[in-house]
Design a protein around this ligand. Structure first.
Ligand SMILES: Cc1cc2nc3c(=O)[nH]c(=O)nc-3n(C[C@H](O)[C@H](O)[C@H](O)COP(=O)(O)OP(=O)(O)OC[C@H]3O[C@@H](n4cnc5c(N)ncnc54)[C@H](O)[C@@H]3O)c2cc1C
Length: 315
């Protein structure tokens, strides 16, 4: 019996959500009295693979030969490695959403997505998850032997153990039936789903030419930039920045909403943020009901003042 955790990397480095998922798997392994085995299907250096030991992994299987994005091949490899695993842990990313359901069918496992806390019990496995666009918390039980959990990014945190792990290499020739011909990378410097601070703006900004101050504020705060749906639909900002019910769901420590009304569909994707700040000229804007802090004011006056003050603080 063991726990198998799926890792994801970007430019040869593990994503923060991977370390978070591994931390979760490691704490769950303690509850079950077992070990954590990680699987890496991407090109990652030995030094990077070793970092997983510090978050509780005892063995990493580093598999080569799988095309990035080939979820059928990935599911086949992971299924082969899962004979002893009773719990498989993923981060709730787009990649995991492609692989976990396939595995669920192959392994006859119960899959629970968007998990936010350690299991309340292990026999049967009982976990809490976000439901209905994060408007509700559900308690869910897996009634069969194997469980697949995907953890909502930024919901658990990192736990360093100071441990080390062994590395095992595997060469696979698995191929799925779909080939990815090209990928366009989103322009943001910081991944939205993993960002600790997000500066987001809406139609109140009047036009794309006014995003300079949003980018400057984000840069000063080390934040990612986001936007409301209409802003992406009109083409003021790239679609990769669209957050909400039909865009990305985010859960930063701080979400600053500038010139965004706070429609229910927008809030659905951002209301897991730990602290929300709204800046809006309209005191009746719905965002003020959801926000922790509100500034009733014109973004074109407030944001430059914020930039000025942050620069003073930084110097
Ligand atoms: C099925 C469905 C799914 C949807 N999914 C999403 C989604 O995922 N994400 C999303 O964002 N929306 C989504 N929407 C759209 C959503 O309902 C709203 O229309 C949208 O969020 C509004 O965007 P906004 O707040 O930028 O624009 P507006 O509603 O036009 O609001 C602009 C705000 O800016 C304020 N403002 C104006 N000037 C200034 C100024 N100078 N300074 C400060 N504030 C100012 C105004 O008071 C206003 O509150 C969805 C809608 C549907 C029907």
């Amino acid at each position: 019996m063991s726990i198998l955790v799926y890792t994801e990397s970007w430019d040869g480095k593990f994503r923060k959500s991977t370390f978070e998922t591994v931390s979760y798997a490691s704490e769950t392994a303690k509850l079950l009295g077992t070990d954590v085995v990680a699987v890496s299907l991407e090109k990652v250096s030995e030094e990077e693979l070793n970092k997983l030991g510090n978050y509780g992994v005892t063995k990493v299987v580093s598999c080569s030969g799988i095309d990035k994005g080939d979820s059928q091949a990935a599911a086949a490899v992971i299924a082969n490695l899962s004979a002893d695993a009773t719990v498989l842990v993923f981060s709730n990313t787009y990649t995991a959403k492609m692989i976990a359901p396939r595995l669920s069918v192959k392994l006859k496992a119960g899959t629970i997505s968007n998990v936010i806390a350690l299991p309340e019990s292990t026999s049967p496995l009982k976990v809490r998850r976000k439901a209905f666009s994060s408007k509700a918390i559900e308690t869910t039980i897996v009634t069969i032997e194997k469980a697949i959990l995907s953890i909502a990014p930024n919901s658990y945190g990192l736990i360093e153990t100071g441990g080390t792990c062994s590395i095992e290499s595997l060469d696979s020739s698995e191929k799925g039936t779909i080939t990815i011909e090209g990928q366009e990378t989103a322009s943001g410097k910081i991944s939205l789903s993993e960002a600790e601070i997000i500066v987001s703006a809406g139609r109140g900004l009047k036009g794309p030419e006014n995003w300079g101050m949003i980018e400057e504020l984000a840069e000063l705060l080390g934040a990612a930039t986001a936007c409301s749906k209409p802003v992406a639909d009109i083409g003021w900002r790239p679609h990769g920045e669209h957050v909400g019910q039909t865009g990305k769901a985010v859960a930063p420590d701080l979400y600053i909403a500038i010139g965004i009304s706070g429609a229910i569909q927008h809030l659905a994707g951002v209301n897991s943020s730990k602290v929300m700040v709204a800046i809006n000229t309209d005191p009746e804007a719905p965002f003020f009901k959801a926000a922790d802090y509100g500034i009733v004011g014109d973004a074109f006056e407030v944001v430059p003042k914020m930039i000025e003050e942050i620069k003073k603080l930084n110097s």
